[in-house]
Design a protein. Structure first.
Lengths: 115, 296
């Protein structure tokens, strides 16, 4: 029987696996800057991440060609770097969303059958 | 020529590049991706991508590289080649929050000065898309090494003859010298170990595309130049502080325990200033590209 620590670690592994999909999903809605993504994800505690996680992730997504960045003037304070999906990013998001849907549908069914 | 990403290639070229990267060892993927982007041109198709891949030669498997880096009892080690590019990217990675990274070469850790700058609010973690590549290296980057060289040359010229025939060099933690050399050898050695790195830094700075505005430069080449100047600065400033210890000890006869910490401080502080300045120049270059008037 896994203890709470093991369950927490398992939950953390799941979060790591889906946060990329969550970020792409948020950027599909509108361009956002780094700390804005952290704040938006913080509204969903299950997916909350730190600033230390978001920037390496954004860097990796940008190098993979899934997102691109652009400096934009800010009405308050210095310019901000906004991120948007590229065409490749939209394609990847669609594929990942489909794969996620398959996994969750199957898992939900298994858990319902088991309960 | 360089490309910004796979979208710049033809569909066939993009497919081949993605296939290659997907099959590449995970620990090399980022480096291989950067290499492809630096060596392909917009519109390149499958034959061009194949040519760049072929030129890489055998990559080797993770098993063969495993012995070169890893951890022993929790302490990291890395004996892979310390390229200029690797030096710069390890020392300056503001997107990575870890201040201590596996050592550039050897056992232990090295500081990620970019993480320090981000924590102090001096630079944004994503100030540049690719750290230290947004702008050509400023000639001012050579200032610390040049000042160190001038200080050694000037003090050697003024004070050299008044030093005793034999002087101490290289300092232990207790302030005693590791070795005792002839005055001439100490002077020549100190001048050599400041002048040569400064000359190397100047060569890196002034080489083709070094800081010439408008001359395109591959991403890793630009970061490599920064890495070379950083190493030159570390050697020159460290040597200058060592020479200062030699002079002070010769004149006072007392141990100089401050030399070691001062050398580290001088080198680290100079390198931090160089990298922060370069990162801000890169940020400004990106903002100039994207904004109508970056000054507001």
């Amino acid at each position: 029987m896994p203890n709470s620590r093991e369950t927490e670690a398992w939950g953390s592994q799941i979060r790591k696996g889906v946060v990329e999909l969550a970020v792409l999903g948020l950027l599909a809605g509108e361009p956002r800057y780094g700390s804005q993504l952290v704040d938006d994800l913080a509204e969903h505690p299950a997916l909350a991440i730190s600033a230390g996680t978001i920037y390496p992730l954004l860097s990796r997504l940008r190098r993979a060609g899934l997102i691109e960045s652009n400096w934009v003037e800010s009405p308050v304070g210095p310019p901000r770097k906004y991120y948007t999906l590229t065409d490749e990013g939209r394609t990847a998001l669609a594929s990942m969303t489909s794969a996620w849907s398959d996994v969750t549908t199957t898992l939900t069914r298994i858990l319902q059958e088991g309960s | 020529m360089t490309i910004a990403g796979p979208a710049d290639l033809s569909p066939a070229g993009r497919r081949r590049a993605e296939e290659f990267l997907a099959a590449a060892p995970v620990d090399l993927r980022d480096d291989l991706r950067a290499h492809l982007y630096d060596n392909l041109a917009p519109g390149d198709s499958e034959p061009e991508v194949e040519a760049v891949i072929a030129a890489l030669g055998p990559i080797g498997n993770e098993r063969s590289r495993r012995g070169l880096r890893g951890r022993i009892l929790g302490v990291p080690y890395d004996f892979t080649a310390p390229t200029w590019d690797k030096i710069a990217s390890r020392l300056w990675n503001p997107a990575d929050p870890r201040i201590w990274q596996p050592h550039l070469f050897g056992i232990g850790w090295s500081p990620n000065l970019g993480a320090v700058a981000a924590r102090l609010g001096l630079i944004e973690p994503d100030a540049e898309d690719d750290p230290l590549t947004g702008a050509a290296l400023s000639p001012a980057a050579l200032l610390p090494a040049a000042v160190a060289t001038a200080a050694v040359l000037g003090s050697a010229a003024i004070l050299g003859r008044s030093l005793p025939d034999r002087v101490g060099r290289g300092w232990r933690g207790d302030g005693s010298p590791k070795q005792v050399d002839s005055r001439a050898r100490a002077i020549v050695g100190s001048i050599g170990w400041t002048l040569a790195p400064t000359a190397l830094g100047a060569f890196a700075l002034g080489g083709p595309g070094g800081h010439t505005v408008g001359v395109p430069e591959a991403t890793s080449a630009r970061r490599s130049r920064t890495g070379a100047v950083v190493v030159a600065t570390a050697v020159a400033t460290g040597t200058a502080v060592d020479w200062a210890g030699t002079v002070v000890r010769a004149r006072t006869g007392r141990p100089q325990p401050w030399v070691g910490p001062a050398a580290i401080l001088a080198a680290t502080g100079s390198i931090f200033a160089i990298l922060l300045t370069q990162a801000r120049r890169g940020r400004r270059a990106e903002q100039t590209r994207d904004l109508a008037d970056p000054e507001g």
